[in-house]
Design a protein around this ligand. Sequence first.
Ligand code: UD1
Length: 388
Amino acid sequence: MKIISVVGARPNFMKIAPFAKAVKAYNRQHLTENIEHLLVHTGQHYDDRMSKKFFEELGIPDADINLGVGSGTHAEQVGQTMILFEKVLKDEKPDWVVVVGDVNATLACSVTAKKEWIKCCHIEAGLRSGDLKMPEEINRLVTDRLSDLLLTPDRLSNENLYREGVPDSKIKFVGNIMIDTLESNRAKAADLDLWSIIECNLHEEKNISIKDRDSVSDKHIAVITLHRPSNVDTDEVLEPLVNFLVQDVCKTMPLLWPIHPRAEKRLKEFGFWQKILDIPNLILLKPLGYHAMLRLNMAARIMLTDSGGLQEECTVLGTPCLTLRWNTERPVTLREHGGASVLVGNSVERIRKEYLNLLTGVCKPLRPELWDGHTAERCLDAIINFKN
Ligand code: UD1
């Protein structure tokens, strides 16, 4: 059997790492019937800090093929990926294409695979935010509609797929593959020293003092990540958010902000950059590797984020999480389902109210069903035992 797995952007890497390991382990045990596994990187994320670092830290084998697509509009990224991936499929003729998550690579490569009549497996199928203004929702809908095998992270995702008429025979509930990566890297992350992470990753334009060193400690820091176009692409939304961080969060405790390239670009465009540099309690960091980010999550008294993956990691770690979105495709992480996350959108009044609530409440780690660190084996098993 020949499988091509696809990655394109940062959140894909922690999902493909355990799958690649599972294939390797399978091959060690089945020497006469090895799976040929090729990894294709579309190149959507290309900075060392957005890509290479994750390959190194998570032990992902180098991509066999890099399409070098780079940045661009959605149509440019998807179109270019399809053109180049089609050539790969014609040359390599795999039995399966495995796509993960919901980024542009997921959409482009599932469409291309199906047009070449190649079986497609989607890991992390069935998530739905219901918000078609999110590019990721379009990617999920199209990928799930086309895929032959839909591997879901939770039972709510199965229900979404049933509602859309997907037959039960195509769906398999396998758990959350990203938690495999969390579990196998937890101990390594826990060993990292918080201050060393700051020193090694401090944004080159930010100055910090020795006083900051004393104020940074476990459970006395807040962490924020922002990258969604809905939060960072307009100054009417971004300015009140920045003001809230400066006026409310930084007054209570140090705020660590590993900054996404898109957010940095917008903060500079809108003229908010200097304000952020000037606030002493706001520690601006470059994009972090996997272990450093996990360590910050473990240390955070509160997480503010618009990332889906962090919402899930907060749930398992028990870090109170303000999700800076109006909807989520991951309801299993929400407080009403026992999780750590509260949807607050980008209205500052709502964010402030829930911020204060979360600071005073207690939040326990939650382990949703099958988020047990063994999802990758179940994914591979489902592919091997797939019946048409
Ligand atoms: C993409 C995914 C999103 C995911 C996010 C994590 C889609 C539709 N979106 O969004 O689901 O949550 O990745 O980061 O696929 N840039 C760099 N260096 C890089 C990559 C990007 O500087 O290595 C800059 C470029 O200016 C680029 C901008 O970041 O224009 C945004 O990158 P892009 O790949 O378009 O989407 P993300 O916002 O990262």
